[in-house]
Design a protein around this ligand. Structure first.
Ligand SMILES: NC(=O)C1=CN([C@@H]2O[C@H](COP(=O)(O)OP(=O)(O)OC[C@H]3O[C@@H](n4cnc5c(N)ncnc54)[C@H](OP(=O)(O)O)[C@@H]3O)[C@@H](O)[C@H]2O)C=CC1
Ligand SMILES: Cc1cn([C@H]2C[C@H](O)[C@@H](COP(=O)(O)OP(=O)(O)O[C@H]3O[C@@H](C)C(=O)[C@@H](O)[C@H]3O)O2)c(=O)[nH]c1=O
Length: 302
């Protein structure tokens, strides 16, 4: 089976590459190798390689910057996804497209289901939703859209690495407590995606997946719930336990109103993971356990 991954070098694409099963013929493309906003490059690469499955892990993920760099955010997240979907359609390839909890407005108080109404409250979320809608309209059941949240990995920029840096540099930190969600270790997400790919190789799965004309939507994060504040406290506790920080600094819970950012963020974006667990056969693991594993990996590589 041939699999093409976009966004090489990004957190998820990197983990996917590390965990790629031996029987997969993999082509992993960076933004330089394959700029998904370039329709000719997209068509050429997909026609040449003839993948069975494309995993779109490329995205514009700078949430605050997207508020002013709107055109680029839409070019990558909306148009780029559309080009990939059209190219997949031409060769009957499947598309596994990755999306975000930020398609929701965060007004619910119970975990978001895959069929809950979407209503993004920032440009990044709106640009991702626009791309998801194109993927669904073009490919229908030929596509799987995986919504995830608060992703981190040893490779790339993320909240965990930002916290470790700030905790070593600053006297104290204020972290928002009124935005609640669930972190996701990109390695766990990549494991689940490869399990989906594996299931796709079985003819039975392929037949049953083709009974509906809409894209399969799955939700995946680690298990549990926390605020950014809880996440930061756990990062500091584990870093001290593992000898990655010398001393603890005060970490204060603050409301989002005390940490103004260009983009508004949902106050509640916990998603229900049952859909992805059932489809992949992989169970979620509690976020704190995953965080500890990732920090062990970070310690051993730095
Ligand atoms: N990070 C997070 O917290 C979350 C991410 N997601 C989604 O998960 C997916 C993976 O995210 P993650 O791995 O964290 O993202 P990263 O920001 O780590 O990686 C994104 C990758 O996309 C590449 N890219 C950007 N523009 C283009 C382009 N025009 N053509 C091709 N590649 C491009 C980037 O390249 P370069 O660095 O060279 O620009 C980078 O390699 C995305 O769909 C994202 O929206 C969902 C929820 C949370
Ligand atoms: C650095 C810092 C951040 N914060 C807050 C700001 C924000 O509310 C929260 C997280 O900030 P970040 O900018 O790291 O994360 P953010 O870019 O909002 O993360 C989002 O990225 C996109 C790509 C997604 O799809 C989402 O699921 C989500 O992961 O932490 C503090 O309260 N204090 C601080 O010192």
């Amino acid at each position: 089976m041939k699999v093409l991954i976009t966004g090489k070098g990004g957190q998820l694409a990197w983990e996917l590459e590390q965990l790629a099963p031996k029987n997969i013929q993999l082509l992993s493309c960076s933004a330089q190798d394959l700029d998904i906003t370039d329709v000719n490059q997209v068509n050429h690469t997909i026609e040449q390689f003839q993948p069975d499955i494309v995993i779109n892990a490329a995205a514009y993920t700078a949430v605050d910057k997207a508020e002013t760099d709107t055109e680029t955010a839409y070019a990558v997240n909306d148009l780029g996804s559309e080009y990939l979907a059209l190219a997949c359609k031409k060769i009957s390839a499947k598309l596994i497209h990755v999306s975000t909890d930020f398609v929701f407005d965060g007004t619910k108080t119970t975990p978001y289901q895959t069929d809950d109404s979407v209503n993004p409250i920032n440009v990044y979320g709106a640009s991702k939703l626009a791309g998801d809608s194109k993927v669904n309209a073009i490919l229908g059941c030929q596509a799987t859209i995986i919504r995830t949240a608060w992703v981190y990995s040893v490779n790339g920029n993320n909240f965990v690495k930002t916290m470790l840096r700030l905790m070593a540099e600053k006297e104290q930190l204020g972290i928002v407590y009124d935005q609640v969600g669930t972190p996701t270790w990109a390695k766990g997400l990549a494991t689940m995606i490869w399990a989906l790919v594996d299931k796709n190789q079985s003819p039975q799965e392929t037949e049953s997946a083709q009974t509906s004309n809409t894209a399969q939507i799955l939700h995946w994060t680690d298990a549990g719930v926390c605020s950014w504040y809880d996440f930061a406290v756990a990062i500091q506790e584990l870093a001290i336990e593992k000898g990655m920080l010398d001393k603890a600094i005060p970490v204060r819970p603050i409301p989002a109103s005390a940490y103004p950012t260009p983009a508004q963020r949902p106050s509640f974006s916990v998603i229900d993971k049952q859909s992805a667990e059932q489809a992949s056969g992989v169970e979620t693991t509690h976020w704190r356990k995953q965080l500890s594993e990732m920090m062990n990996e970070l310690k051993s590589t730095s």
